[in-house]
Design a protein around this ligand. Structure first.
Ligand code: NAP
Length: 246
């Protein structure tokens, strides 16, 4: 579907565009500038996003059981545990039988996580840490063993992490980044969808792009366009994993 009217979309319209079925889906959501940057000059994506991007961002969170975020993004963006503040999104979660707040699953090899995300936050969503085995013991001392999931010796294997989440009943997986996590997950072939907001700005400089991975001789992955929506000048794209040449 291509809708270039540019008009803001209602929650119901957006829901139709972004709905997922009952089967488990791994979705990634990112924002980029026209010149391909994933952040503004301050090193944060908040300085390049918009009201329309936030609307889709909130909806995608509302459709997720768990939001998976790399430790670099947790540190850069100052993530805490997740809360659903918007009454419409809360209603959406409740009507689908989801918990009020998505689980936040942090991916780290070093175990170097800020207090803001480690400290208990009553009323917010649960925290899980998907980590390298080497740091699991130390994290479990602080968070409790049930919150810490070793997913590889020195790194976090995507397939191990996703299986562990599904074992906990967390079927609908959203990753909000960042670029190294997306790179490793695309390389592992586990990303079913890429939702991308293209903002009509350029920022210059040499900041990160949405995906960091070693370059190969051909594309790392192929995606097919599910929809393109123009909202207030932004382009909201939903791509699904495709086959080379399809
Ligand atoms: N435009 C957007 O939509 C968007 C979205 C997200 C982030 N960002 C921006 O991206 C920047 C951060 O980039 P980044 O690449 O550092 O983010 P990142 O991928 O969130 O963080 C990288 C770190 O996450 C952990 N990690 C990721 N994948 C791993 C794996 N497979 N195994 C083990 N650990 C893994 C490691 O943490 P340890 O170092 O703890 O081992 C690694 O150093 C920030 O400026 C942020 O604002 C932009």
């Amino acid at each position: 579907m291509v809708n270039m009217s540019g008009a803001p979309q209602s929650v119901d319209d957006l829901l139709q565009s972004y709905a997922v079925g009952p089967a488990p889906v791994v979705r990634a959501n990112f924002v980029t500038t026209l010149d391909g940057h994933a952040t503004g000059g301050d090193g944060k994506s908040g300085s390049i996003n918009s009201a329309a991007d936030k609307q889709v961002f909130d909806l995608l969170r509302a459709l997720a059981d768990v939001v998976v975020v790399g430790a670099g993004t947790i540190r850069a963006e100052g993530y805490g545990r997740l809360r659903t503040e918007d009454p419409a999104m809360l209603e959406l979660r409740r009507s689908a039988g989801r918990s009020d707040h998505p689980v936040l699953a942090v991916v780290t090899a070093s175990g170097d996580l800020p207090d803001k995300v480690l400290e208990p936050d009553p009323g917010a969503g649960e925290l899980l840490v998907l980590c390298a085995a080497a740091v699991a013991h130390e994290l479990a001392d602080r968070l409790g063993a049930e919150a810490v999931i070793p997913c590889g010796a020195d790194t976090v294997e995507a397939s191990v992490a996703l299986e562990a989440l599904r074992d906990r009943g967390l079927q609908q997986v959203l990753t909000e980044g960042g670029p190294h996590l997306l790179g490793s997950w695309v390389q592992a072939g586990v990303v079913d969808e890429l939702c991308l907001t293209v903002r009509p700005v350029v920022v210059g400089g040499t900041g990160p792009r949405i995906l960091e991975a070693p370059i190969g001789t051909g594309p790392l992955a192929h995606f097919d366009l599910h929809h393109a929506l123009a909202m207030d000048g932004d382009l909201m794209l939903r791509y699904v994993a495709g086959r080379p040449g399809a």
